[in-house]
Write a protein that binds this ligand. Structure first.
Ligand SMILES: [Zn+2]
Length: 118
């Protein structure tokens, strides 16, 4: 095992695409939504309806782009969001449970429900 490997392990993002998360910091604090994408290199996530930025776009007929204001989710830091448990509805930092067969799964720290299915 190399040092580089250990470092990468420690900073693994515990949030997965499709998770429901709650924003706990920043201008959208208190909002919740579904994770649309994750950027592990930047430690950011894009959450549905969170961090909306308005982009003014010019029409570009050759690319079939209509002009106007486009609303788009901007990436926010993973440290600003917590996963919401689908079982008990509480938000938390993700815990881990090792199943009897040795598989490590993400789990809820409140009700011990498994967050990963399959
Ligand atoms: Zn729970």
């Amino acid at each position: 095992m190399t040092l580089r490997h250990e470092r990468a392990e420690r900073h693994t993002i515990q949030i997965r695409k499709g998770d429901n998360v709650k924003v706990i910091a920043g201008k959208d604090s208190g909002k919740s939504g579904r994770v649309l994408s994750i950027n592990p290199k930047k430690n950011t996530v894009v959450v549905e309806h969170v961090g909306i930025i308005k982009r003014h776009t010019r029409p570009n007929p050759s690319k079939n782009i209509k002009g106007g204001i486009v609303e788009k989710e901007a990436a926010i830091s993973v440290s600003n969001v917590l996963v919401i448990c689908g079982n008990c509805g509480k938000h938390m930092r993700v815990g881990h449970t090792v199943l009897p067969d040795g598989t490590k799964v993400r789990s809820c720290r409140h009700c011990s429900a498994t967050l990963d299915k399959g």
